[in-house]
Each structure stands twice: as C-alpha cells, then as structure tokens.
Design a protein around this ligand. Structure first.
Ligand code: BES
Ligand code: MN
Ligand code: ZN
Length: 501
C-alpha cells in the first residue's frame, strides 16, 4: 500500500526513513550534492565512483548511514541522458518505479524527494505531479491476493517536497494522478484474477460497482437478450460455455448535450481456450488476460467520471468465455451480427473480432459516436509485429493517428502504428458469407486483417483500434510495471478522452 503526500517543508526536515535523489546521467557535484556530502556522508563522491553510479537510466543505489541517532537510507536513482534539450518522461517514470522497488527491497517504510523542475522534462507542473503519483502507485501494485507473504499489505509512505506556492495546484494534480492510478491498478487486478474467479458475471458486477460509485448509467444484457437482439457474434462465442455472456453498456455525460460521444469498446473474453479450434497448452497459459480491453474501458470511464472530464463517453464491453463443448460453435458455422452482416467462422480462436463486431455495431446504431476507440487483446500477430513494449494502433485517418500518438506519448502508454488499407480487404473474403473470420494465409499480416474485419462494423465513424495482445501481460520489467497485467491502454484512453474536442 502506497500513500503519497505533498509537503512544503524541505527534504531535510521530513521524518522519513529514506531520502531519494534523482540524478541525470553524467551529473556533477553541485550545491545540493556538496551539501549532502558535507552534512551526511563526506565520501559520497568516492561511493559513487566505487559503485560505478553515473546516473544512467534504469540504475539506482542505496546508501545506509547513521544520522540523528537513527538509520537513514539515501537512495540515488539515474534519470538517463537528455534527448535534445530535455530529459525523457519515460526515464523519469522508470526512475520513480526504481525508487519504489529499492524502498520495497530494503523494507523501508517511507521516503521523501524533491519534485524536479518540470521544465527539465518540457512539461508543466500539473503533468509532472500527475505522472509521478500515477507511476508510484503503479509501481506499488502487486498481485499477491493468494500469497501468504503479501507485499501489498506493507505500508510505504512517499512525500513529495514542493514549493509552497505550487502546493495548491499540485494537490489537484495529485488527486488526478491517484484516480488514474486506481483505474490502471483495478484493471490490472481484474486481469490478474484467475479466470474461474473472474467470469463475465463478475466483470459485469464490477462494472455495476464502478457505475454506482461514479453515478453512471449502466445497462447489462444477459445471454437470452443478447441472442434475442441478434448479437450472433457474442452468442456464438459464448455457446460452448456454461457461463452467461454479458453485454455491458456504461454512460457518462460530462459534456454538453450537443457534444458527440466517444465510444470506448473493449474485448472481454474472460478465458480464451480457442474453442473447438483449441489452442496449444503453452498459448493458453495466460489467456485469463483476454478480458483486458473490457476491464480497461470499464475502469477508464469510471476514472473520467471521477475526474469530472468535460466529455460524453459510453463504454461498451461484450464479455464471455471461449470454450469447447458439445454446444460450442464449430468451424464452418455461419453467424449473423447485430448490423445484419454475416461471417463464416473458420477458426473459433479468432473470437475477439466476433464479439467486437456486435459491440461496434451497437455503438454505431445507438450512440452515433464522434469517435470510437476499441481496445482488444486481439492477435498474437500484433505481438510478433511490435514485441512487448507497444500496442498496435490502427486507423485509416492520419489525423486521428497523430492524436492517438500524442496522447500515448503524454500518458505513458506506448503505441506503434501498423498498416490498415483497403488492399487487405480481400484477405477476409468468404465464399459462403459476407466475411470470413480469419485472413487468407498469403496476406500474413494477422493484426491488420483482424482490424479490417472490425472496420466492417464502424460504418463511417472516426475510429481507432488498439491491439494490446502485445503488451497487456507479462512485460519485461520497466521497474514500474513487472510480470502480470500491465494495465496497457487505460492511461491512454483517459488521456484521449480528456484531450477530445
Ligand atoms: N486472444 C487471442 C490473441 C492473443 C494472443 C492475446 C496472445 C494475447 C496474447 C485471440 O483471440 C486469438 O486467439 N487470436 C488468434 C487469431 C487467429 C486464429 C487468426 C491468434 O492470434 O492466433
Ligand atoms: Mn482466440
Ligand atoms: Zn482471444
């Protein structure tokens, strides 16, 4: 459990068990470090030299000293080099994460540090505070509900020292940072929760809770209604499972009545076995992650309400299990979606596009959105294309791509644009239905052919598709995100909605 507070008192007057300094690569001993050496540890320079600490990105060291009759830990963390005129925010986020990790591993109960100058990063104070707070809380996330030795139950109090004049603005930014972090970490917790404990019903109950807390309108359709409404995609995917499918719709109206809505649509497969086109064992191991998109949109809309964002948003999450059984959909079956189009299901493991087809059609028909953003752990191919550090970004609209890239850059969620072009259309043609749910093998680009499939269900609405199969789960450590669910896309969705005009 991390708690963060802001203080106008000097770092040297804080009653903490450790103090943290963030240092740029190749730093020199200025006023601050000289004073530190003079008062606390005369051979500080020698310590850095011997330990080879130069302020490189992703580096950090701890120095326990005896001070005021107590043990005090001095922690030094590297910020890396400047890129052009400024330090990078990503290196800063990692440095904040590193400080939290070092504090945890040394079992420290508190640390204080001075907020750096936002100008050094080319950002404003609000943004720096928000990012610091969000990142520290992300670093403090541990999925250890099922462990006896629980890091999450240990307290770590962080004090950010800040100028008195800035404190009021910073308190607001801190609150925003906490709301965003809570959305990210709740999303991660739902993804990490074992699949038999997080069923479509549980996900819908969670959405009800988010709606209640934030006074959102919510509608949840169960499987009989889903079938009756003609959502043949979601019904087909859920056909092999004993769990009831759910279709979740949440509405937040923070904008003017006349403002167009943003629709956030998230894939909610609470477990993807592949269905009758069953996955090999190794590919199935982490398929509890396949509801990451749904959890992201549910928690993002909750955060937008808590932030009182001046926008109208609807979040739609189709959710079900994808399992084989005697009642499961079979390869060769043909299904009909909510908008009347049909598809041949050649591979029951390409199920995400089937449930999203209904959800996108529903969004278009009932909400006439000014922008649709869908988020899905959609294709292994996306993972092969971009590896674990990016989500795939798809849109035919260059301006929208720029908007998404800017929001990604600002929020800390990283995306990489991949191709989406009419030329790929023929890849998903079928001899027996309007569409086929897998791409022809000579078209290769599996992430793109999946995106082309979705495009059939958004009509002319401005639309962004995010494939987070690459970075939703089990990333190489960046210190503030480690193994398990990453919460990829939550920060980005919130930023996109906040910057929507
Ligand atoms: N949920 C998977 C995609 C996935 C893969 C998510 C790895 C996270 C990590 C999706 O439903 C799927 O199975 N896709 C197939 C599509 C194929 C059958 C056309 C895939 O990627 O193999
Ligand atoms: Mn699948
Ligand atoms: Zn899937």
């Amino acid at each position: 459990m991390i708690t963060i507070n802001l203080s106008a008192k000097s770092i040297h007057d804080q009653p903490v068990s450790s103090r943290v300094w963030f240092l740029e690569e190749g730093f020199t001993f200025g006023k601050e470090l000289n004073a530190l050496a003079k008062h606390l540890f005369p051979s500080l320079q020698q310590f850095f030299n011997e330990r080879g600490f130069t302020g490189k990105a992703n580096s950090g060291i701890t120095l326990p000293i005896w001070h005021d009759e107590k043990l005090l830990h001095l922690i030094f963390v590297g910020l890396g080099k400047k890129h052009g005129k400024t330090l990078t925010m990503e290196n800063y986020r990692r440095a904040v994460g590193r400080a939290v990790r070092l504090a945890e591993s040394h079992k420290l109960s508190s640390f204080a540090f001075e907020l750096l100058n936002p100008k050094d990063f080319g950002v404003d104070l609000n943004h720096l505070v928000q990012q610091t707070v969000t990142t520290a809380h992300m670093a403090g996330y541990h999925f250890d509900d099922f462990k006896r030795d629980r890091q999450s139950t240990k307290e770590l109090a962080i004090t950010i020292c800040i100028d008195k004049a800035q404190q009021k603005a910073a308190e607001q930014a801190k609150k925003a940072g906490e709301i965003i972090a809570a959305a990210v970490n709740t999303t991660r917790h739902q993804i990490d929760t074992p699949p038999s404990r997080l069923t479509p019903t549980h996900l819908a109950e969670h959405a009800e809770r988010v709606a209640k807390e934030n006074k959102l309108k919510i509608t949840v359709f169960g499987e009989p209604e889903i079938i009756k409404m003609g959502m043949g995609g979601l019904a087909a995917v859920s056909a092999g499972s004993h769990q009831d499918a759910k279709f979740i719709i949440m509405e937040y109206n923070g904008g003017k009545k006349t403002d167009k809505r943003i629709a956030l649509v998230g894939k909610g497969i609470t477990f993807d076995s592949g269905g009758l086109s069953i996955k090999p064992a190794a590919s199935m191991e982490t398929m509890k992650e396949d509801m990451a998109g749904a959890a992201s949109v549910i928690n993002a809309i909750g955060a937008l309400a808590a932030l009182k964002a001046p926008v109208n948003v609807v979040a739609i999450a189709p959710t079900s299990e994808n399992l084989p059984s005697g009642t499961a959909t079979k390869p060769g079956d043909i299904i009909k979606f909510y908008n009347g189009k049909t598809a041949e299901v050649r591979n029951t493991d390409a199920e995400g596009r089937l449930i999203l087809a209904d959800a996108l059609s529903y969004a278009v028909k009932h909400f006439e959105p000014g922008l649709i953003v869908d988020v899905a752990t959609l294709t292994g191919a996306c993972d092969y294309a971009v590896g674990p550090f990016y989500s795939g970004l798809f849109t035919m609209d260059d301006k929208l791509a720029d908007t998404a890239l800017a929001a990604a850059q600002k929020s800390g969620d990283r995306v990489w644009r991949l191709p989406l072009h009419e030329d790929y259309e023929f890849a998903i043609a079928s001899d027996v239905a309007d569409l086929c749910n897998i791409g022809k093998s000579n078209y290769k680009a599996g992430a793109t052919t999946a995106a082309m499939f979705l495009k059939h269900f958004v009509d002319d609405c401005p639309w962004i598709h995010l494939d987070i199969a690459s970075n939703a789960f089990d990333l190489p450590s960046t210190s503030y995100v480690e193994h398990g669910a990453s919460g990829a896309s939550v920060r980005l969705l919130i930023e996109l909605a906040l910057s929507y005009k």
